[in-house]
Design a protein around this ligand. Structure first.
Ligand SMILES: [Zn+2]
Length: 352
């Protein structure tokens, strides 16, 4: 039976902060996986980890279909490729960086210890007029950890991961941090599992790996789990600031949980969109429709798993995506968590 109105989960700022500030470069998600596993375990009958590092929290239902939730736990990062004779570190990017965001940043080099580094580049004073006009090329920047080469080589090896350094902060009514993509999604999934009421479906909440380098974790997780119904949880663009034309907005921060209709990897089945809208309407959860013309999510892998699954996505409107000042609204996180929980409680109707 449907509950009339779901209360919105209160903001758990401590959880969100820990999720955002724990490192997890693609392929090196072990530290964030530990945090997520500890949070999901009390709400699961069983926890599994597969060879790609995806962690699945399985909550058995009453014999209904299998619903797989997927929120990726990797974040944009780098991998160390070279240490030069002056101790400067070169890296290869892991994920879709905006070149403008690869300079003037603090990073953490995860070697034998965590080392603070800065992404150095030539100061504007000594740039040629041509250099001033260009975006920085991959060779224009490097990481400076403030140590001589012999000390760097003792602590850092080729292949070590590097992540961006930024603490979570409140920004008026909003919150800002690096990697709200997709720690906001992980947060929503954990909150949904905490607040999940009676459910007939088996619910498998998966924190996936290597999304930022091509949905690799989700592909394996979905093939192993073979869901009947899938729901990804990820951030989406809120291009709602100055200069954005109304048709370019995608979503609005503070406008509620975003129900995906389309991204570059998926066309969401009408039945999923309507079911999410129905749950949101019945439970008075603020919501909006999302159409993201470029950029993909784990939704695609859920939809294409096995013989195919009915799959959609609940997205969190986020400003300044893939920059270190990603910004979203705690009210949208609460709405998204309530919607995901409500979806899991009622999803058996989709395959009846
Ligand atoms: Zn994402």
């Amino acid at each position: 039976m449907d509950r009339a109105v779901t209360e919105m989960p209160e903001l758990d700022l401590d959880l969100l902060t820990r999720l955002c500030e724990t490192p997890g470069a693609p392929g090196r998600e072990e530290r964030i996986r530990e945090v997520v596993t500890a949070e999901l375990a009390p709400h699961a009958d069983e926890i599994t980890v597969d060879p790609l590092g995806n962690v699945a929290a399985i909550r058995r239902g009453g014999g209904g279909p299998r619903v797989m939730l997927a929120a990726h736990m990797d974040e944009l990062g780098f991998m160390v490729t070279h240490i030069d004779d002056d101790g400067y570190i070169r890296v290869v990017p892991l994920g879709g960086f905006d070149p403008k965001t690869k300079v003037a940043q603090r990073v953490i080099v995860h070697g034998r210890d965590d080392l603070l580094g800065v992404m150095g580049a030539k100061p504007i004073h000594i740039m040629t007029p041509e250099e001033r006009k260009k975006l920085p090329a991959p060779d224009d920047h490097y990481i400076d950890v403030g140590l001589p080469a012999d000390e760097v080589r003792e602590l850092v090896r080729k292949g070590d991961p590097v992540t961006r350094e930024r603490t979570l902060a409140r920004l008026g009514h909003l919150i800002t941090c690096k990697s709200l993509d997709n720690r906001a999604g992980l947060y929503v999934m954990i909150q949904a599992m905490r607040h999940l009421g009676d459910h007939e479906c088996e619910v498998v909440a998966v924190a996936t790996t290597q999304e930022e380098v091509g949905l690799r974790g989700a592909r394996v997780a979905a093939q192993r789990i073979r869901p009947d119904i899938g729901l990804a949880i990820d951030i989406t663009l809120a291009n709602d600031g100055p200069g954005a034309k109304p048709h370019e907005k995608v979503t609005t921060v503070g406008g509620g949980a975003a129900i995906k209709a389309y991204d570059s990897g998926v066309i969401v089945p009408r039945a999923i969109i309507e079911h999410l809208e129905q749950v949101a309407d019945q439970r008075e959860i603020p919501h909006q429709v999302e159409i993201m013309s470029r950029g993909g999510t784990d939704t695609r892998e859920l939809q294409l798993a096995g013989d195919g699954a009915l799959a959609g996505c609940v997205s969190i409107p986020t400003r300044y995506v893939h920059q270190v000042v990603e910004t979203c609204d705690p009210a949208d996180l609460a709405a998204s968590a309530a919607l995901v929980a409500g979806f899991c409680e009622t999803a058996q109707a989709l395959v009846a």
